[in-house]
Design a protein around this ligand. Structure first.
Ligand SMILES: NC(=O)c1ccc[n+]([C@@H]2O[C@H](COP(=O)([O-])OP(=O)(O)OC[C@H]3O[C@@H](n4cnc5c(N)ncnc54)[C@H](O)[C@@H]3O)[C@@H](O)[C@H]2O)c1
Length: 297
């Protein structure tokens, strides 16, 4: 396939910067738009153009040709979204509309929209498939669900990827799903691990390199619509600590704190559809992903 010019919003962030690296590795040209509110210039590899701009400002985008757009930019903190819903609406809803307008104006016909599984399915006693009713429990989740509708526009092939709990190098410890990054920091510094509740809460932990592969597959495939991107397995906090102990050595002391209000017990994505459509399957086991993350940080 000929090299493509791809606009990556949020490309200075955790997930977006891995997408940029994967595009670069296969010879595509990535251009990053990011306001650096939670991203970091240092995440953008040398030679990749970074435009510091706010996607909620319609004037910040557009005016040139792109072949495709990968839309990662968002505010991602669940609790903050309850305190500042206006900000979250502006960035996620208005921002996504601007990105889609800019994609159409630029000639891009392929858009990969990064969404979230955990924040829009809510509690999933059985791993949620794409037909599961959406039950967002926060403005963050509700606006991400709304953004999924916004990318469905005539003239665009849009693929929305609903990500599980992503972890890996460059993850900040204060953003959504950062438990592995928090625990890795505690391990390294010998600080105690704080576990909220009894440690039985389960999440679907997905390595960021596998996310980047899913994005490339979505850019290349002829498919459109919504796909869950996870591992299909739920891992409890206790099991995560046990796995980390196998990879990193004995765990620091564990402190138990009361469960956090509004926290869901189980979040897990059914990924059958992505495999069935030949789009993508995860490759990195939790042990392998933990090892790579700990080596890189
Ligand atoms: N990390 C996860 O576990 C996870 C899980 C599900 C979905 N997601 C989704 O993945 C995407 C990336 O999240 P992340 O975890 O990499 O977080 P992140 O904060 O590292 O990345 C978001 C990026 O968007 C940028 N940004 C924020 N507001 C902006 C604006 N108004 N204009 C331009 N840029 C802006 C930030 O500076 C940052 O670089 C988000 O859409 C998020 O909803 C992440």
């Amino acid at each position: 396939m000929a090299a493509r010019r791809v606009l990556v919003t949020g490309g200075a962030g955790f997930v977006g910067s891995h997408v940029v690296d994967a595009l670069h590795a296969r010879g595509d040209e990535a251009v990053v738009v990011d306001d650096l509110s939670t991203g970091d210039r240092a995440n953008v590899r040398a030679g990749v153009e970074l435009r510091v701009a706010d996607i909620a400002d319609g004037r910040a985008l557009g005016g040139e040709r792109f072949d495709a757009v990968v839309h990662c930019a968002a505010k991602t903190k669940v609790v903050q979204s309850m305190e500042q819903p206006g900000l979250y609406r502006r960035v996620i809803v208005d921002g996504t509309r601007n990105v889609v307008d800019a994609a159409l104006a630029s000639g891009a016909r392929d858009v990969v929209n990064i969404s979230t599984g955990g924040a829009i399915y809510g509690e999933t006693p059985v791993c949620a498939d794409e037909e599961t009713a959406l039950r967002p429990l926060s403005p963050y989740g509700a606006y991400k669900a709304e953004a999924e509708g916004i990318v469905q526009r005539p003239g665009l092939r849009a693929v929305t990827l609903r990500l599980a709990n992503v972890y890996g190098p460059r993850q900040r410890s204060d953003l959504e799903g950062g438990v592995i990054s928090i625990f890795l920091g505690a391990w390294r510094e010998g600080r105690p691990l704080t576990v909220f509740g009894d440690g039985t809460a389960e999440r679907d932990y997905l390595y960021v390199g596998d996310v980047a592969e899913a994005v490339l597959a979505a850019l290349d495939a002829g498919v459109s619509g919504v796909y869950n991107i996870g591992t299909g397995a739920a891992t409890s906090v206790n099991a995560l600590i046990a796995e980390m102990s196998r990879v990193l050595g004995p765990a620091p002391r564990v402190i138990h704190a009361p469960p956090r209000e509004g926290e869901i017990q189980r979040s897990c994505l059914d990924i059958t559809k992505a495999a069935r459509d030949g789009l993508w399957s995860p490759r990195t086991s939790l042990a392998e992903g933990l090892e790579r993350t700990s080596r890189a940080t």
